[in-house]
Every structure is written in structure tokens, then in C-alpha cells.
Write a protein that binds this ligand. Structure first.
Ligand code: SF4
Ligand code: SF4
Length: 103
């Protein structure tokens, strides 16, 4: 999974480099090594690896990162890895006992 890339050119991740203070928190919490801090300011290094989990946005102290978490199937991927079901963008068959992802 370490080299897994999400769909190309659809990730909603945005970084306001002017607002970034280089604290490194986004680097710490990102499970996909999407961001880097090459010169004291964060940079999006591997955009298509982002799974839109929202961890960077929730932990950035100055609001420099924005991402529409939950709009893709990243939630389903994470839930699946954790052995859970649900949390997916796609159609769920409510009549079924299995409420998991149908991707
Ligand atoms: S949304 Fe998640 S995967 Fe994407 S850059 Fe932020 S922490 Fe990393
Ligand atoms: S968490 Fe925010 S302020 Fe800190 S390095 Fe990342 S983008 Fe910059």
C-alpha cells in the first residue's frame, strides 16, 4: 500500500504556503508522505498519493491546509484497513446486511 496512488489529478488537497509556519505537524500526521518541508515551508510532494483523510487539515495550527475529506472513497479504504465497513461515497444497498463499499 505504500506506493498506492489515489485517482490521478482529482485530489482536493490545497496548501497555502504563505500561511504555513513550517511546524511540521502535517508531515507527522500524514499516513501517505504527501507533504514535505524542503526549505522551512510545507510543499505538496506527492499529490496523487493523498487519500483525503483530512489529518493534515485538522492538525495544521494556522489553517494552511484544506482538503475535502470524505468526498472520495478514502474513508472506505481506511475503514477497510481497520476492519470496519461503511464510510463510503458510493451507493450502499440499505436492504443488504452488508453496508460496506461496493467499489
Ligand atoms: S489528507 Fe491525509 S493523506 Fe492527504 S495530505 Fe493530508 S494527511 Fe496526507
Ligand atoms: S501543519 Fe500547517 S503550518 Fe505546519 S508545516 Fe504543515 S502546512 Fe505548515
Amino acid at each position: 500500500m505504500s506506493n498506492f496512488e489515489y485517482l490521478q489529478n482529482v485530489v482536493t488537497l490545497q496548501l497555502d504556503q504563505a500561511a504555513c509556519i513550517g511546524c511540521g505537524m502535517c508531515i507527522e500526521v500524514c499516513p501517505r508522505s504527501v507533504l514535505s518541508i524542503p526549505a522551512g515551508i510545507a510543499r505538496i510532494e506527492r499529490r496523487d498519493r493523498c487519500i483525503e483523510c483530512g489529518a493534515c487539515m485538522r492538525n495544521c495550527p494556522v489553517g494552511a491546509v484544506a482538503v475535502r475529506s470524505g468526498v472520495g472513497c478514502a474513508a472506505a479504504v481506511i475503514n477497510s484497513l481497520l476492519g470496519r465497513k461503511g464510510g463510503c461515497c458510493c451507493t450502499i444497498d440499505e436492504s443488504s446486511s452488508d453496508k460496506g463499499c461496493f467499489c
